[in-house]
Structures are given as C-alpha cells and as structure tokens.
Design a binder for this molecule. Structure first.
Ligand SMILES: NC(=O)c1ccc[n+]([C@@H]2O[C@H](COP(=O)([O-])OP(=O)(O)OC[C@H]3O[C@@H](n4cnc5c(N)ncnc54)[C@H](OP(=O)(O)O)[C@@H]3O)[C@@H](O)[C@H]2O)c1
Length: 247
C-alpha cells in the first residue's frame, strides 16, 4: 500500500508543525495548502500547493482527484471561509476532516480585556481609551481602523506592507514571533494607550498580551468567528493521534 496522503490546510504554525511531524512518519505523506497571501511563507515540510482552490467546487474536485485519507484544517482561527468549504467538500466525499485549532489565550486577573465582535465595534469604542492605538489585526483590517485617523494616533503593525497610508499613521512592518520585551518597548516607544488584537491565541502572538498586562494597558480583543461542527484538536501531536486512529 502506498503512503497515505493528508491534506493540511495551512497558514499557521500548527499546520507547519503537523507537516514536520508527518514528514518523518513512515506510511504518510502530506500536502500543505497555502492561500498564497503571504509574500514569503516559511519553509514547509512535505509537498506544497499554493492559491485558492476555487470555492467548494474547486476543493471538491481537488479532493476527488487526489483522494487524501484525511484533511486537517489547520487554518488560522480567523479564517472565515476555508473551514466551511472544507467541511462541505469533505462531507460530500466522505473524507475524514479534523479541525486543528489553537486554544484561545487565558485571561489573567490583571488583564484589562474588552471583547468585541469585530473591527467595526472596536472602532466605535477605541476613542474611549485615549489617543494612541496599536493595531495588530493585520493589513486587511487596516481600512476599517483608518476611519479613526486623525482623531486618534494609529500605529499599525502587519507582516505585509500597507500601501497608501495617510501621513501621520505609523506603520511597523514585522513578522512574529515577538518577545514580551520587544513588545513592551514598542508600547512604550509610541506611548500606546490601547492595544487591538484578534483573539488569535497561540504562543507567537501572546507576547503583546503579556506586555500590555505588565503595563496595565487595555486590550480590545476581536472575537473568533464560529467554526463548523466536527472533531477538533488543539495541537499537532493530538492531530497525529487522530490520524493514527483512522485505521
Ligand atoms: N485571517 C487571519 O487572521 C489569518 C492570520 C494568519 C494566517 N492566515 C492564513 O491565511 C490564509 C487566508 O486567510 P483568510 O482569512 O483569507 O481565510 P478564509 O477567509 O478562510 O479564506 C478565503 C479564501 O482563501 C482561500 N484559502 C484560504 N486558506 C487557504 C488554504 N490554506 N489553501 C488554499 N486556499 C486557501 C480560499 O479560496 P478558494 O475559495 O478559492 O479556495 C478561501 O475561500 C488561511 O490559510 C489562514 O490560515 C489567516
């Protein structure tokens, strides 16, 4: 029998971790699929495909042709479409699907978190917190927050460049992971009054939460979108156990 194929829907550290683990495992091979949004994605163990599938129809056609033994949806907690596409396509073809979803951060008593549904709600409440906001919600949310300029001083941090920013908006282009020390220095450098973050969870983004906690800075947290029903695990090792149990 040939090696069993796993399609990993990626774009996260967890997807990369599972790909590394599977690449070392006899009897398995994996294809990691990336949306192709990041200009310089990190290295991936195993095979790689990039770009959208073309909706549920395209994904279903890909799965029907490749016939993976399983799909592990390890997309980011804020990926709004891909988990639903994967759920529908896998259900149609009877392919086992697992959601690999990192846990949310745990709130400590000193944390000053305000949870909001989305960026629009964050925009409505941000002026209550002071003058300067550090926005770590990615380049795609930037236009929503730019409504606050010049009423507030905005410091936007993103992996990707953000073209055509108005004069006076600060852009910090940087790629995680960050240390709590570096995050503390960033908060201090710009005199940040409030931090805005997705409730992404995970180690790579936690440093800013720790730095805000240490400095008593409030954090406006964008809530995670809903997920399709079905089996879910929190880390790559649990995903490996689930795959092994497929028989
Ligand atoms: N949203 C975030 O905050 C965030 C943060 C870090 C990393 N990411 C990663 O970036 C990717 C895109 O994020 P998004 O928020 O745009 O997701 P999304 O809303 O779920 O997906 C939008 C479209 O992008 C394509 N796509 C998404 N993930 C894909 C994958 N792994 N392989 C192939 N095509 C994919 C699909 O296109 P088709 O319909 O044409 O198949 C999908 O319909 C995801 O893979 C996610 O893991 C997202």
């Amino acid at each position: 029998m040939g090696a069993r194929l796993v399609l990993i829907l990626g774009g996260t550290a967890e997807a990369a971790g599972l790909a590394r683990a599977l690449a070392d495992r006899p009897g398995w091979r994996n294809v990691t699929s990336l949306a192709g949004r990041t200009s310089a994605p990190g290295p991936v163990a195993g095979e790689l495909r990039q770009g959208g599938f073309g909706g549920v129809t395209g994904l279903t056609a890909w799965l029907a042709a490749e016939r993976p033994a399983a799909v592990v949806d390890a997309t980011h907690p804020f990926a709004r479409q891909m988990p639903w596409h994967a759920a529908e396509a896998c259900a149609a073809l009877g392919i086992p699907r697992l959601r690999l979803l990192r846990p949310s951060w745990q709130r400590a008593t000193e944390d000053r978190w305000v949870e909001v549904a989305d960026a629009a709600e964050a925009v409505r409440i941000l002026p209550n917190f002071g003058k300067t906001a550090l926005l770590t919600t990615g380049h795609e949310a930037a236009p929503t927050f730019l409504q606050l300029h010049p009423r507030m001083r905005l410091v936007l941090r993103s992996i990707e460049p953000i073209p055509d920013l108005p004069l006076g908006v600060v852009h910090v282009q940087a790629r995680p992971p960050f240390t709590p020390e570096a995050e503390a220095a960033l908060l201090a450098r710009y005199g940040v009054d409030v931090l805005v973050s997705k409730a992404s969870g995970g180690a790579a983004g936690h440093a800013k939460i720790l730095a805000a906690r240490a400095q008593g800075i409030p954090v406006v947290l964008l809530a995670r979108p809903p997920q399709p029903d079905g089996p879910a695990v929190a880390d790559p090792s649990e995903a490996l156990s689930w795959l092994s149990g497929l028989g």
